[in-house]
Structures are given as C-alpha cells and as structure tokens.
Design a protein around this ligand. Sequence first.
Ligand SMILES: Cc1cc2nc3c(=O)[nH]c(=O)nc-3n(C[C@H](O)[C@H](O)[C@H](O)COP(=O)(O)OP(=O)(O)OC[C@H]3O[C@@H](n4cnc5c(N)ncnc54)[C@H](O)[C@@H]3O)c2cc1C
Length: 265
Amino acid sequence: MHNFNYHLAADVQDAVAKLSKSEDGKIISGGMTLLPTLKNRLSAPSDLIDLGNIDALRGVVVSKTEVTIKGMTCHADVAANADLQRVLPALANLAGIIGDPAVRHRGTIGGSVANADPAADYPAAVVGLDGVVETNQRRINGDDFFISLFETALEPNEVITAVHFKVPDAAHYMKFRHPASGYAVVGVMVARYGKKVRVAVTGAGPNVFRVPAMEAALEQNFAPEAIANVAVDADDLLGDMHCSAEYRAHMVGVYARRAVAAIVG
Ligand SMILES: Cc1cc2nc3c(=O)[nH]c(=O)nc-3n(C[C@H](O)[C@H](O)[C@H](O)COP(=O)(O)OP(=O)(O)OC[C@H]3O[C@@H](n4cnc5c(N)ncnc54)[C@H](O)[C@@H]3O)c2cc1C
C-alpha cells in the first residue's frame, strides 16, 4: 500500500472541502472495494476522506411512494429495515444477498453505486426502481447515472448523499449469484408501476441496462410466457472465465421470467 493522508470528515461539506483541497483524494465509505485496490497498489490516492463519522448520512426513510436510503447506510441495515421489508421487499431482499455478512455490515449504498461494478446488485435497483441518485450538488436520474464499466455521471469531488427509489406496485429481484463472491453473474430487477414495467439487468454487460423489448411485452401481458421469445443480444455482453456472453444472454431471459413468475405467484 502507498502512503496517504487520512481525514475523518465532520460533515458532507467538510468532506467536499477536504476532497477539493487534496491533490488526488478519494472518499472512503465501507472500504470494501477501495481497501483491496489500495492493498494491491491498483490505486494510490494522496488522501482518503472518511465519511464514517457522519451520522446524518445513515438511515432508511420509507413512505408509501418513495424510499430514501442515505449514502452511508450499510447493506445489512437496508436488509433488516422492517418498513422497507413491508413496502418494498424486493429492495430489502436485494441488500440481504449482497456478498457475505462482513461485506453487508461494512459496504454502503453510496460506495456501491459510486463504484459501479458491472456485477453489483444495487445498480439493478437504481435503474429498475426508477431511482434518483442525490449528491452534494444535484439529483441524477438512475437511467442517466451509470455510464460504463466502473464509470458514472459523478463529477470529481461529488459525494453521494442518498439514493431514492420509487415504490412500485410489485417488484422482484432475481440473481444468479457467483458462488464465491456473491456478485451477480446475472441479476434482473422487474418492477411494475401501473401499466408500465421496468426490467433492469446487472452482471451481464459492462453496466446495468434495461430491456425495452421485455418491458413492452410485459406491459401487454404481465406473465413469464410473454417474454419467452424475447432474445437478448449477446454482442454487447460480458464473456469471461465464469461464462460466455451467450450464456449470460440466455440467463437474462431465465432470470427475468423467474422474477415475473415470483411476482404473479
Ligand atoms: C468479498 C466481497 C464480496 C462482494 N459481493 C458483492 C455482491 O454480491 N454484490 C454487490 O453488489 N457488491 C458486492 N461487493 C461490494 C460491496 O457491496 C461494497 O458495497 C462495495 O465494495 C462498495 O461499497 P463501500 O462502502 O465499501 O465503498 P468503498 O470501498 O469505501 O468505496 C468504493 C468507491 O466508491 C467511492 N465512494 C464511496 N462512497 C462514496 C460516496 N458516498 N460518494 C461518492 N463516492 C463514493 C470511493 O471513493 C471508491 O472509489 C462485495 C465486496 C467484497 C469485498
């Protein structure tokens, strides 16, 4: 690990000020991704600005129409939130199957969304549940937030303070879990808002994406068989040591159908 200066931020303003003043500073939240990259010398920030002392950045606020998860809320607290389990169980369940207990007690929604790992679970919720990412500067629609592999719409010195989700009539997240890490080999969030349907896929491509053909078919007939013949093109998907792009394309269909089946019972 290279040397760095460590700062414990008092509040978000203080974090942003420290970030702006540093030569090449980085926010640290749970450290679940950042610390391994530092240890492996894949990243060498001049300064680490820790959000860990900012209590105002922790918590889950649930209303009938919207769920707000503050940026430093760890996955375990999201999974255990009783109001969330009642109003939007798909999101609580998604948080509850991230990684392992250690990761869930340290990793945060802000860190996960900012990191934009192609196999992370939260991006499927941000896009599938019509989410909005709130920062110290602005609100960014989930559909516009994830740009590419580990790339988001965040500007330098922008800090995620909360993520908002629109409560659907029904939703379900299905993940083909990597057996070692728990990351999504393929993860599909299906959500129904009145006659509108959103289908968001993580794990399969360089970043989360929607499947408009599935959404249109499900808007006509919300049943697993409605998307049985909707093929996903493998050309833009990831192929790696775990499985080919063609396999991932096939599994998107399988997991989307299972998510719909779980909703309709
Ligand atoms: C063994 C293992 C298994 C895992 N399995 C899964 C899994 O199954 N599914 C899954 O989705 N994830 C998984 N993860 C990732 C985990 O969920 C963490 O959420 C993720 O590592 C990032 O969150 P963090 O709070 O630890 O961020 P950090 O590691 O602290 O930061 C990550 C990046 O985000 C930036 N950042 C952090 N917070 C903010 C903020 N508020 N605003 C702006 N930028 C910020 C940092 O500067 C850094 O670049 C796994 C991780 C490990 C180590």
